[in-house]
Design a protein around this ligand. Structure first.
Ligand SMILES: Nc1ncnc2c1ncn2[C@@H]1O[C@H](COP(=O)(O)OP(=O)(O)OP(=O)(O)O)[C@@H](O)[C@H]1O
Ligand SMILES: O=P(O)(O)OC[C@H]1O[C@H](OP(=O)(O)OP(=O)(O)O)[C@H](O)[C@@H]1O
Ligand SMILES: [Mg+2]
Length: 284
């Protein structure tokens, strides 16, 4: 089973980091190499441009891939299924035009020119409105094109909005919203290795923003402590070896944002020896 992952750019690091945290440690993958092995002999990695990954999955050069949803839409590949939203690389593809120009609505682009790195998505977007502006494909610095009379508007990625603002462009309408996701070819999506990879990545996402709390509680205060612990399916209660029977250990998974309050509450309810740890993975 081969997973295609971005070889450079903003998606590279977070993708590798996610694979590592999921337990798919990379091996023999020196910088700029095309392939890497992982600790799992049945899983290897192919490094590719984010934009090429959908095609590689469809063609069989890889079986799974991690890339932006926008890239999969643009590639117009069939038989590529989305398995999991990895929730980074979050951005929007928007139609934008000069702030003080005459383009204010989508309809204003009838008979005009739109520059973009996403010609297929752009044509589809306008076709749905019954419009067919001229679409000029560029390979970067799209935001400049309205100012050099190459285009009347652009369809481009925005996240913070800084680049649009710097180029005095305003959003006319959102075309699609994107994030990085795990994809697989339809004919392999049911395979156990694919499901294993999906589960491993999902477990990392599950653990994000969660903390593991451990504490000792006098048995007679257990109900009071239980009452103040928020979270997943209630705490786990264990006898403490040689604890004399009067204290039990309580473990619970708690949202990071609730940790501070929970510690105060469980202490008040009689808990002691409270430990807070990070969680690497959480398989539900
Ligand atoms: N500003 C951004 N904020 C969040 N996500 C982004 C942003 N720009 C791009 N992305 C996401 O990253 C994907 C890859 O972007 P792109 O192909 O531009 O690569 P890059 O990381 O910028 O590297 P390069 O352009 O040098 O190849 C996009 O398809 C999109 O899903
Ligand atoms: O809303 P913002 O936070 O300003 O982000 C938007 C910019 O980010 C991307 O460019 P990138 O930095 O990847 O440069 P590139 O054009 O070389 O790919 C995208 O093409 C926009 O230009
Ligand atoms: Mg880029």
């Amino acid at each position: 089973m081969r997973i295609a992952v971005p070889n450079k750019g903003r998606l590279h690091e977070p993708t590798i980091d996610l694979l590592e945290r999921a337990g798919l440690h990379l091996e023999n993958g020196a910088d700029r190499q095309l392939y890497a092995d992982t600790v799992d002999p049945d899983v290897s990695v192919l490094f590719a441009r984010a934009a090429d990954i959908p095609e590689y999955i469809a063609d069989g050069a890889a079986d799974m891939g991690i890339t932006g949803y926008d890239q999969v839409q643009e590639a117009q590949v069939e038989d590529v299924a989305e398995l999991l939203d990895l929730e980074f690389g979050t951005c929007r593809l928007v139609l934008a035009a000069p702030e003080d120009g005459e383009i204010e609505t989508v309809d204003d682009l009838a008979g005009k020119t739109v520059a973009t790195e996403f010609p297929n998505v752009t044509r589809e977007f306008f076709a749905e409105r019954g419009l067919e502006p001229t679409v000029v494909e560029v390979s970067g610095a799209t935001e400049l094109t309205p100012h050099v009379e190459i285009s009347d508007a652009i369809v481009d990625i925005t996240s913070t909005g800084t680049t649009l603002k710097m180029n005095r462009l305003a959003v006319v309408e959102e075309v699609l919203s994107s994030s990085v996701r795990l994809f697989a070819r339809e004919d392999v999506r049911e395979e156990s290795k694919v499901e294993e990879v999906r589960t491993a990545l999902a477990s990392v996402k599950q653990a994000e923003g969660k903390r593991y709390l451990m504490m000792n509680v006098p048995e007679e205060r257990l109900d009071d402590v239980r009452d103040v612990i928020p979270g997943m399916g209630g705490p786990t209660v264990m006898d403490i070896a040689n604890g004399g029977g009067e204290k039990v250990a309580v473990h619970a998974v708690v949202n990071e944002g609730d940790v501070f309050e929970t510690i105060t509450d469980v202490k008040q309810a009689g808990a002691s020896d409270i430990l807070v740890t990070e969680i690497e993975r959480l398989v539900e």
